[in-house]
Design a protein around this ligand. Structure first.
Ligand code: ZN
Length: 323
């Protein structure tokens, strides 16, 4: 029996279209401000979701990340998002992936009918673009900073693709991010709501390619042009094939990041001995030291929250994990 939760939407799109939505799978990369709104609306609409996020909920998120509340602080975002969406719609299918998106896992994790980028991370967008073109999966790029938002749609067929719009991967630190430039509280939800609506249209009717919506004081519709010499459109995938390294381009919103060579299982043992594990899965461990929350990823990246200097991060690293 169809869930009553979809009854009002069915009046607009019809029963068959509703069934189609429920059979569709959407992958959302990043469940922060924009991702919260998109995930919540699509989850309530019955769309199956994969939620990918490597981070934890922090107090500074609560001004705009509408899926979370005080009780979620310190918990993994993907897991909290899944739990909170299921409390509104227990019949929707949601998979939570507590990991970063990287060249090793991207093709597997992003396999879906549509990918939505809700990251604050250019490196992830270039990676998603390659997976989209390689697997012919449409994707939506979103951005929300200060009081301006962007929503762009790419069909996965090229001409244009994201790389036609931004040919070179910018270096980390060269772009504005919300932890330093700020973001107006309602903006991510505006961007997220528009993206959720576009998602339903794409799932039911297919994608338009290269449309770009600018959200400021007014809404402006633009069309992205294909670049004649775009290698990605010509099916060259340097990031997926390991010829282009994105490590210098990965931004971490308000965090200090170290890289560890210690195997994940060994790191887990040492943390258990020296500290308290707050939560863990097969891809991530969350622990704390004084006021800092520390996220250890299987890939070897260690993200320190609430710290000011790399020196402090190194001291905590030696205390909890050692060399
Ligand atoms: Zn292109």
């Amino acid at each position: 029996m169809a869930s009553e939760i979809y009854s009002r939407q069915e009046l607009i799109i019809g029963k068959e279209a509703q069934k189609k939505l429920e059979k569709s799978k959407v992958c959302i990369v990043g469940v922060g401000g924009t991702g919260s709104a998109v995930a919540e609306l699509l989850g309530r609409a019955g769309v199956s979701l994969t939620l990918i996020d490597r981070d934890i909920v922090e107090k500074s998120n609560l001004g705009r990340q509408i899926l979370y509340s005080e009780k979620d602080i310190g918990n993994l975002k993907a897991l909290s998002a899944r739990k909170n969406i299921l409390s509104a719609n227990p019949v929707v299918k949601i998979e939570a992936v507590n990991d970063e998106l990287n060249t090793e896992n991207a093709e597997k994790l992003l396999g879906s009918d549509l990918i939505i980028d809700c990251t604050d991370n250019m490196a992830a967008r270039f990676l998603i673009n390659e997976v989209s073109l390689k697997k012919k999966i449409p994707w939506i790029y979103t951005g929300a900073i200060k009081n301006e938002g962007l929503v762009a749609i790419f069909s996965g067929m090229g001409n244009p693709c994201f790389r036609c719009m931004v040919p070179r991967v910018p270096k980390a630190g060269s772009l504005e991010i919300c932890s330093t430039s700020g973001v107006l509280g309602p903006l991510p939800s505006v961007v997220g709501s528009i993206t959720a609506r576009k998602t339903i249209e794409i799932l039911l009717e297919g994608p338009e390619n290269g449309s770009l919506l600018k959200i400021g004081e007014n809404f402006e519709n633009l069309q992205i042009k294909g670049r004649e010499w775009c290698d990605t459109c010509r099916k060259e995938f340097p990031i997926l094939e390991g010829r282009e390294n994105l490590n210098n381009s990965i931004q971490f919103c308000g965090a200090i990041v170290l890289k560890s060579d210690i195997p994940f299982s060994e790191a887990k043992k040492r943390i258990k001995k020296n500290s308290k594990i707050i939560s863990s899965s097969n891809t991530v461990i969350v622990t704390e030291y004084k006021k800092s929350r520390i996220i250890i990823l299987k890939s070897g990246k260690i993200i320190f929250r609430n710290l000011k200097t790399k020196k402090e991060a190194n001291i905590i690293y030696s205390k909890l994990i050692g060399n």
